[in-house]
Design a protein around this ligand. Sequence first.
Ligand SMILES: CC(C)(COP(=O)(O)OP(=O)(O)OC[C@H]1O[C@@H](n2cnc3c(N)ncnc32)[C@H](O)[C@@H]1OP(=O)(O)O)[C@@H](O)C(=O)NCCC(=O)NCCS
Length: 421
Amino acid sequence: MTNTPTNYELHYVDHNDVAATTSWLAATRRAFLDHELRGKLPELYRAQLRESGTQILGMYANHVQPIAGVREPVGTFGNTMGSVNLGSGMLPASLITSATVHPIHRRRGVLRSMMTRALEDASKTGAAVALLTATEATIYGRFGFGAATTRSELEIDIRGGADLRTTGSGTVQEVSPSWLNAHAPAVFERLSQRGYGTVSRLARYNDLLVTDSATGELATKLRAFVHLDESGESDGFALFEVGGFDNRRADILDFVAVTPESYLSLWNVLGHLDLIETLHWKFAAADELLPYALADSRRAKTVHIQDELWVRPLNVIAALEGRGYRREIRESITVRIHDPLEYAAGTFAISVQDGAARVEADASATADLTMDAATFGALFFGAVDAQQLALAGRVEGEPDAVDRFSSMLAAPAPIAISSHF
Ligand SMILES: CC(C)(COP(=O)(O)OP(=O)(O)OC[C@H]1O[C@@H](n2cnc3c(N)ncnc32)[C@H](O)[C@@H]1OP(=O)(O)O)[C@@H](O)C(=O)NCCC(=O)NCCS
């Protein structure tokens, strides 16, 4: 049950209410220290919310007078029904975005109230898990979210050309960023069908990437490459922004490769950009392929590493039965999960065989392992190891059971990071 703090009012904002949606967007931008929305951006962001079917939650303070007739929310929260591919089709997932509270209204339970309402609604609409990325690691554990994947920020030294061991097949062509906008969703769709850990993208993803956040117009230093397979079909692309003649740096803004051939071919071209000395790739996977593919692996330096996706189980049975497992695993284990918000609470008998799980809730069963919802969320993708979390005091049980759970959940493929929301 959602408890709204006294004197505040929580409600969904109608996509067709332009003034309310615009002031919601303005409040969100301000909280994230972003530019004011200009040029094409207000309409683009409204289109993204509308076309993605994002549920826009706004918290309004009844004791604050509207200024110039506009009632701006003091809290914002977005919730979109999306999906994540965990090796067995697309698992329904609630994608949480834009969680902000105005500093004047902080620490009065505004976030808690919006989160409680959003999780209630996401669970009713069939999401097996809720996903978010966090500005700080201390906010979301209390709501049952655990950090499940990691991203690494790479700086790649391409001075003189960064050769690869194998260069891939097919061809790479330069295209305009707007050509890419039209074609990127279809290429990404192909990736999301096969990339383990791929999260669906919000609408207008690429339109927003190519729009300068300060001016709201098409960014002017963007370049794009597309990879065509042997049959001429596009199966990968890279969008990057060049710094200029004086700074010799380029930033990878989007990189999608459906096949290893397109991955290697695109990197072969990116690694040989004349006049550029450093490529900066903010959203590479923790175990990115690139350093293994480079002839000199030290050209790719990890300059930062950080938690990426936080996962909150909403329906443990649907979540476990909706992901894939390593085919050689044949294992049964019973896990008890504590969850103050109830969604994931219970004792679950899990059997994995032939790459799939069968799960039954059995309140009377003796549990091999006990953990809270956030810990289960952290383990769910299989990128964080149960043995590590047991050593950290977050999983209770005999070492043998921890070991078996660790191999049961191990990711059947490397985690792909290719969407941000
Ligand atoms: C983070 C933020 C949304 C918190 O909103 P809030 O309304 O102040 O949070 P609440 O009052 O509902 O707090 C709920 C609980 O979280 C804790 N909490 C809130 N923000 C926290 C933070 N940044 N670090 C640690 N704990 C935090 C509160 O102390 C409270 O704890 P309790 O469960 O023991 O009572 C708000 O400070 C904010 O908008 N920050 C800037 C934008 C941002 O970082 N958003 C997060 C996007 S991922």
